[in-house]
Design a protein around this ligand. Structure first.
Ligand code: FAD
Ligand code: NAD
Length: 465
């Protein structure tokens, strides 16, 4: 068996693992990263990137369709758009390929060795990697577990046949005519919206009282209104029971205990993801667990010296940018820097229509912590830029301490607000007060002015509303 040793070994080349490896290589550590898929992990191959490509393609198609029905900007009409689905999927795959190659190139540039295969620990410093060319034994001073997450399967709806996970949904042969989505969270609503825009008849079945239960009712309302406009049926408080034998309709128990049948060609199950903590020899290590996740401290060190865990396997939120931040940090720690995960806020964006952004505390979070707050809210209906973009639904909301005006959280819902997340996060990281945001000149006309206006509103000095 081929044997190699290195200073820094990363298991999994997703956003957590590949960033850790690149940074470690840049810092001069002899680094090896192992993955049996193309580099980029869930996010690049079957997650963030391909889903956002399809969401954008669906947006473009839908805009053209609206124009063809004279529902766009007055004066603009067009012929009915046509959909060459294999070409759309090919375009999406091309983006993924370019980014796979980009990560491989960054590994080369940072002198990181990529080993293709599946890793299995035999002790806290050693793994055996099984790949197409046989087995390799790799030992290291520092090991990073970045094995990510996988979709949760429902016992009543096992994956296979017409029951698919998000991975298959991104590479379907054609948009389904009738799509049932089980789970109205991030993936279900993002992809359900995209398929509705592409012409699918979509039903979302959500077990909670409201879709996107992570966000408060005010933020979800504009998304619900848009789903209704797109003809998406939403069933809340509803539980999927399985497929009916003869018709393979989706069987659903409604909130009032009735059974409903939803005729469908495809059932997309998006009821959450679980960390990948099995199948790589965890039993050979002495790790503490935190529920389904590997327990780590603020440096992402596990219970074993020299063994770190980052990204989806190490806890919520299961988001790519959180994994990347942890990856960069553990590499720097391994190179001797003093670092700790001490971020004030991790932004969350839901790429629905309209988009939702949340950074820091919501009004309810602040209340639960016993903090007295002052709120400012600016509706896009009062924004000149929103009018010129022909989308006036949504708002920006700022949550600040009542006593010293320190900004605690910022939320927004609206078309294109994902790009405001950087300004929101920066304000929180920099410890901005309402006066800082209100006193910053924001360019006109932009959606970002709504952030300034929300801060002015919280100070009782609103100008445009
Ligand atoms: P992963 O990306 O899951 O990577 C883990 C890697 O480890 C995989 O490549 C796997 O092959 C490898 N691996 C596992 N076990 C082994 C082993 N034994 N040996 C070798 N390799 C192994 N997040 C966002 O922030 N924004 C979004 O817009 C977004 N959209 C998403 C859309 C979808 C449809 C999905 C499914 C997820 C989305 N996410 C999004 C979540 C995001 O993909 C994850 O949070 C992120 O990928 C986590 O990164 P990670 O490095 O922890 O793990
Ligand atoms: P999720 O946790 O966002 O949503 C799951 C939904 O399914 C919840 O609303 C839950 O109430 C519902 N549910 C659970 N069991 C159910 C059942 N039996 N029947 C009906 N509904 C049920 O999970 P997801 O959409 O699968 O996404 C997984 C994770 O991936 C997310 O939590 C997030 O961390 C990440 N992600 C992020 C983005 C983004 O950042 N834009 C996009 C996609 C995915």
């Amino acid at each position: 068996m081929n044997e190699i040793s290195c200073q820094f070994l990363v298991i999994g080349a997703g956003p957590g693992g590949y960033v850790a490896a690149i940074r470690a290589g840049q810092l001069g550590l002899d680094t090896v990263v192992v993955d049996d898929r193309k580099p980029g992990g869930t996010c690049l191959n079957i997650g963030c990137i391909p889903s956002k490509a399809l969401i954008h393609a669906a947006d473009e198609y839908f805009l053209m369709k609206e124009a063809s029905e004279a529902k766009a900007i007055p004066g603009i009409t067009a012929g009915a758009p046509s959909l060459d689905w294999p070409a759309v999927v090919g375009w999406k795959d091309g983006i993924v390929n370019r980014l796979n190659n980009g990560v491989t190139g960054l590994f080369k540039k940072a002198r990181v060795k990529l080993v293709e295969g599946r890793a299995r620990f035999i002790d806290g410093k050693t793994v055996i990697v099984t790949g197409e060319t046989g087995e390799q034994r790799i030992s290291a001073q520092t090991v990073v577990i970045a094995t990510g997450s996988e979709p949760v399967e429902l016992a009543a709806l096992p994956f296979g046949g017409k029951v698919i996970s998000s991975a298959e949904a991104l590479s379907l042969a054609a948009p389904p005519q009738r799509l049932a989505v089980v789970g109205g969270g991030y993936i279900g609503v993002e992809l359900g919206t995209a398929f509705a825009k592409l012409g699918s008849n979509v039903t979302v079945v959500e077990a909670s009282d409201e879709i996107l239960p992570l966000y408060d009712a005010d933020l979800v309302k504009p998304v619900r209104q848009r789903l209704a406009h797109l003809g998406v049926a939403v069933m809340t408080g509803a539980k999927a029971q399985g497929l009916a034998g003869e018709t393979s309709d989706l069987l659903v128990e409604t909130s009032d205990g009735e059974e409903r049948r939803i005729p469908c060609d495809t059932v997309l199950v998006t009821v959450g993801r679980r960390p990948v903590t099995e199948g790589w020899g965890r039993e050979e290590l002495v790790l503490d667990m935190d529920g389904p996740f590997i327990r780590t401290d603020e440096t992402r060190r596990t219970a074993m010296r020299g063994v770190y865990a980052i990204g989806d396997v190490a806890g919520e939120p299961m988001l790519a940018h959180k994994a990347m931040a942890e990856g960069e940090m553990v590499a720097e720690i391994a190179a001797g820097h003093r670092r700790a995960f001490d971020h004030r806020a991790i932004p969350a964006i839901c790429f629905t229509d309209p988009e939702i952004v949340s950074v820091g505390l919501s009004p309810a979070d602040a209340k639960a912590q016993g903090i007295e707050t002052t709120l400012g809210r600016f509706p896009f209906q009062a924004s000149g830029r929103a009018m010129t973009l022909s989308r006036e639904d949504g708002f920006v909301r700022v949550v600040a301490r009542a006593d010293n005006h320190l900004v605690l959280g910022i939320q927004a819902v609206g078309s294109g607000v994902s790009e405001l997340s950087a300004a929101f996060s920066l304000a929180l990281e920099m410890g901005a007060c309402l006066e800082d945001v209100a006193g910053t000149i924001h360019a006109h006309p932009t959606l970002s002015e709504s952030f300034q206006e929300a801060a002015l509103g919280a100070l009782g000095k609103a100008l445009h509303v």
